[in-house]
Design a protein around this ligand. Structure first.
Ligand code: ZN
Ligand code: ZN
Length: 174
């Protein structure tokens, strides 16, 4: 039997989560609320129904996008993290440490789909380092993004950058 264990977190690493057991459906939602909440053309979400979901570091802040739904996000870095309704919690698929591990099998809210979304795969393509001449800063870039695995300790850079790191002491229970 396959052991299902998926981990992930926000971009700054102040919030981390774990899904143990086989998650529910993986999907994308084109509805206008998901577009806004993710700042994107659509929202990739994985239902955690049927699995054990836990926050292993920190916890999100919430915006109640309606009387039935609240959406969790990191209030330090802004990463959208959850869609939560009466039927359970869905996690942002892009926040998984390995987003490719749970490919979507359904689209919702297609009445609001941005028409060109169906053609994104046909756009001309570039690798990041192909543009090094136009973006020389890439050569010595220093990332503040949390790595794609759990860490014993991690000091997220405070929102706004440049300031003192946010204390993670009370959150290091992973
Ligand atoms: Zn964060
Ligand atoms: Zn939606």
């Amino acid at each position: 039997m396959t052991h299902h264990l998926h981990t992930g977190g926000c971009q700054c690493g102040a919030i981390r989560f774990r899904i143990e057991g086989k998650p529910g459906q993986s999907s994308i939602c084109h509805c206008r609320m998901c577009q806004k909440a993710f700042g994107a053309y659509y929202a990739p979400l994985v239902s955690t129904r049927g699995a054990a979901f836990t926050w292993t570091r920190g916890e999100p802040k919430y915006f109640h996008s309606s009387n039935h739904v609240r959406r969790g996000f990191c209030d330090n870095c802004g990463t959208p993290l959850t869609y939560e309704a009466a039927d359970g919690l869905a996690i942002s698929a892009g926040a998984l440490d390995d987003p490719s591990s749970l490919p979507p099998s359904m689209q919702y809210g297609v009445e609001a789909k941005v028409p060109f979304v169906d053609h994104l795969g046909a756009l001309p393509s570039h690798h990041t380092m192909d543009d090094i001449a136009e973006a020389p800063f890439l050569a010595d870039i220093v990332s503040n993004q949390h790595p794609d695995h759990d860490t014993e300790t991690w000091q997220p850079v405070a929102a706004g950058g440049g300031g003192a790191p946010v204390s993670a002491s009370k959150e290091d229970n992973a």
